[in-house]
Every structure is written in structure tokens, then in C-alpha cells.
Design a protein around this ligand. Structure first.
Ligand SMILES: [Zn+2]
Length: 439
């Protein structure tokens, strides 16, 4: 569309909040941001805020129907076996059905860009169809570069038609315990954006350092211990940098925080996933203080409860405050910045997206606070972060096109297809007995 959107507030993220603000859009880009008196009211949203579209720095859209799978299983082998069994019960068409549902849920939550790690590649066609901006990092595993790269080439061929300026390809060497350093090096040579998982748990770090600990029993599923943590290993091989985004980064020492910051490596902070898996709370304040490029990711319903980006932003604030033992360690406005411009920086896309400034892509989200406890207005960023929800998203624009409108898109067929895939994965859906909490 070409035109103007206006609301009670515009939060450009770069630049101060604008009361009675407006965003002018031309040819998919932001033409101007300012007062509605100057730019005109255009399409007016009352009791609402216009924010930059959320940038989900770490997701797995093809796990969108995995809600509750393996929840609470403390045993890694049991957990991974359940996932492998269920994943094998569906095929390519179902993967795409599930990824479409994930993309729809992201758009409905105000997300306009995802950094998606994709096992099958299904998120590429899903994002292309639904108009969600994405870097789709095709996942590779193992120790053997030629074998893994052949697999990567197969994935890339399968979904090649889906790639465009809006949906770009990347590669994801999964993690330092599932990928050899030789394969990391081969991935870097592809010259694509890279995503990986680093320091998600203490058991992972113990395995990498010594080959022992709880994960020592699963050696046959993993690559040999390199005797170093993921951050040190990748840094020594010159494999960190602004082209790389590392998810989780929970168990870090001071040196590792310094290395991530100094190399300009993106960090995707996923506090709900980290909490749900019992992995801990990442050192957000320390990372940002060191100057690391930190963004926010929902991960997927395989570990987090949902793609609800508002819940993720609240968790960013709450977990950082709980960890630090003080309320001023991160504000709602800072969390909003982390989930927009911060994530765009982490994905290397901040020249194009992440804030509402003239020249950038017209990716924005309208959040209504009508009837909430946050009116009359005091702090509009606080209202969005603490009071927002997918239910309050009125519209989500990508490249100036409405890709979600409340009441206008119900995605019934898409949802039914995803539910069919989940039904197939459950095979014999039976109510699980409710277990007593463990002592
Ligand atoms: Zn992940």
C-alpha cells in the first residue's frame, strides 16, 4: 500500500516516542515518520501504538505444533527419542503445513521477520507464501563436511524457489556438540548468514569440555568433545562474527561474553525456552553492557510455550530482573528495542528493518490497548510490553502490505492442516496422566 497509518503513539525505537504519530509508506518503504497533524491521519487506530514489526531472532517454525511434546522429561535420551519417533510419522507436505501455521502465529503476534532454523527447509515456502520476512537457516549436523554439504544442497534445491529478497537462505550448523569444527568451517565458506546454538545448558558445556557428565552417556549421538566451550572453539577458528547469530548463550564466563561482543556475533536471547527446559537465565545485562548484539527469540513450541512475542518480551524483563535482583536492570522500552532493532542487528538486517525511520522497509505492527489497564497513557512502551498480546494485534505490515489483520484472516484451512499433522504425530492421542510434582 501507499498511504499513512496513524495512532495515539508511534514508537520508532530509533528516536523518541511520538504522541499522535503517523507513519507514511510508499513502495514498501517508510517515507516519513512524524506527527499526524503533519503527515495526515490516513488509516487511524484509536487507543493504539504503532511499533516496528517484531524481529524473532530464533525460531523453528516447523515445530509449531509440538506444544507439550516431551515437556518435563529430564532424560535427554527419552526426550530426543520421542521427538525422532513423532517427526518420522509425517512427511514433507505436513512439515510445510506445520511451518505455515508457525508463520501465521508469528504474524498474528506482530512478528514481521524471523531468523528460522529449519531442519527440513519447510519454513522457506511457508514464509514466502504468508509474506513473513525470514532468514531460513537450513540445518546441518554431523562430523563429515562432504556428507553434510550434500544434504544442505538437497535442502536448498528443494526450497530454492521460495528464496527472494524477503526470504533469504542461510545455513545452521546446529551446535558444537552435534557438528564438527570442520563442518562449521565448511559452512562458513558458503558465504551465507550462519545460525547456531551455543551454551544452552551446563550438561552441554561439561560434555564439550571433558566428554563426560550427564551427556557422556550419549556419545554416539554427538561429535567428540573438543575440550573447549563452543564460544572459545568457534572464536579460535575465526568462526564468530557479525554474520553469525548464536541462540541461547546461557552458560558463559566473562571471557566468552567479551568474545561474543568483540566479534560482533549476534546473540538470540530466548528466556522462555531456557526457563522451560530448566537451562537457566542468560546473562542479558552483562552481554548488553559488553556491547554484544543481543536480540530476542521465541524458539519454538518444542521447548517454549508458543510464538507469543509479547510473552517473550515480558520474560526478557522479568528474567533479567529476577537474575539481577533489581528492577532497573532492563526497562520495557529496552526490551522493546531488543525485540526489534536488537534482533535486526543480531541477524545483520538493521540497515533494512528494526526501527521506524525513513528509508527502511515498512514493517510495522499496530497494538491496541483499548479497554486495558494501561489507559490513559503513561508509558506506551510499557503498555505494549506488559499489557500486549497477540489478541491486541490489530494489524501486521510487511513491506507495507497487511499480512495479518485481526478479524480479517482466520487461517481456518491452514490451522486444520497443521492440526492434522499433529494428530498424525501423536498417533494414538491419549490423555496423559497428570503426574505429581517431583520432590
Ligand atoms: Zn533452536
Amino acid at each position: 500500500m501507499n498511504g499513512v497509518l496513524s495512532a495515539d503513539w508511534v514508537l520508532p525505537v530509533e528516536g523518541p516516542p511520538i504522541e499522535n504519530g503517523a507513519v507514511a509508506i510508499a513502495d514498501g518503504r517508510i517515507a516519513a515518520v512524524g506527527k499526524a497533524e503533519e503527515l495526515g491521519e490516513g488509516t487511524r487506530y484509536d487507543d493504539a501504538v504503532i511499533v516496528p514489526g517484531f524481529v524473532n531472532a530464533h525460531s523453528h517454525l516447523e515445530y509449531a505444533v509440538y506444544g507439550g511434546f516431551g515437556d518435563g522429561l529430564g532424560d535427554f535420551a527419552e526426550w530426543i527419542t520421542l521427538h525422532i519417533q513423532r517427526k518420522a510419522r509425517i512427511g514433507w507436505e505436513e512439515y510445510v503445513d506445520v511451518a505455515r501455521f508457525g508463520a501465521a502465529q508469528c504474524l498474528a503476534s506482530g512478528v514481521t521477520t524471523v531468523g528460522d532454523c529449519s531442519y527440513s527447509g519447510a519454513s522457506a515456502p511457508a514464509c514466502a507464501e504468508l509474506g513473513l520476512r525470514a532468514t531460513v537457516y537450513l540445518e546441518v549436523f554431523g562430523a563429515d563436511p562432504p556428507k553434510a554439504l550434500e544434504h544442505f544442497a538437497g535442502l536448498r534445491d528443494r526450497v530454492g524457489d521460495a528464496f527472494s529478497e524477503r526470504v533469504r537462505p542461510g545455513v545452521s550448523p546446529h551446535a558444537p556438540y552435534s557438528v564438527s569444527i570442520e563442518l562449521y568451517e565448511a559452512c562458513a565458506e558458503l558465504g551465507l548468514p550462519v545460525a547456531t546454538h551455543i551454551s544452552e545448558s551446563r550438561s552441554e558445556v561439561a560434555y564439550l569440555l571433558t566428554g563426560a557428565g550427564a551427556w557422556g552417556a550419549y556419545k554416539e549421538l554427538l561429535v567428540p568433545s573438543p575440550g573447549k566451550t563452543g564460544t572459545h572453539l568457534l572464536a579460535e577458528h575465526d568462526l564468530l562474527g557479525p554474520n553469525v547469530v548464536a541462540a541461547h548463550c546461557i552458560v558463559l564466563d566473562e571471557d566468552e561474553i567479551g568474545l561474543l561482543a568483540a566479534t560482533g556475533t549476534g546473540v538470540a536471547h530466548c528466556p522462555r525456552s531456557n526457563a522451560a527446559l530448566g537451562c537457566g537465565v542468560a546473562p542479558l545485562a552483562e552481554l548488553t553492557a559488553a556491547g554484544a548484539r543481543v536480540g530476542v527469540g521465541t524458539d519454538s513450541p518444542a521447548s517454549a510455550p508458543s510464538f507469543d512475542f509479547f510473552e517473550e518480551l515480558r520474560s526478557v524483563v522479568l528474567s533479567a530482573r529476577a537474575r539481577a535482583g533489581r528492577p532497573d536492570v532492563v526497562s520495557a522500552g529496552e526490551a522493546l528495542e531488543l525485540g526489534t532493532l536488537g534482533s535486526a542487528r543480531a541477524l545483520g538486517l538493521d540497515g533494512e528493518i528494526g526501527s521506524l525511520v525513513p528509508g527502511k522497509r515498512a514493517d510495522c505492527t499496530i497494538v491496541s490497548m483499548e479497554g486495558s489497564a494501561y489507559l490513559p497513557w503513561e508509558d506506551p512502551a510499557g503498555a505494549v510490553v506488559f499489557g500486549g498480546s497477540p489478541d491486541r494485534v490489530v494489524a501486521t505490515f510487511v513491506d507495507g502490505e497487511a499480512r495479518y489483520e485481526k478479524g480479517g484472516m482466520d487461517w481456518q484451512e491452514l490451522t486444520a492442516a497443521a492440526h492434522n499433522a499433529r494428530r498424525a504425530m501423536l498417533a494414538q492421542p491419549a490423555a496423559k496422566p497428570v503426574a505429581a510434582p517431583r520432590a
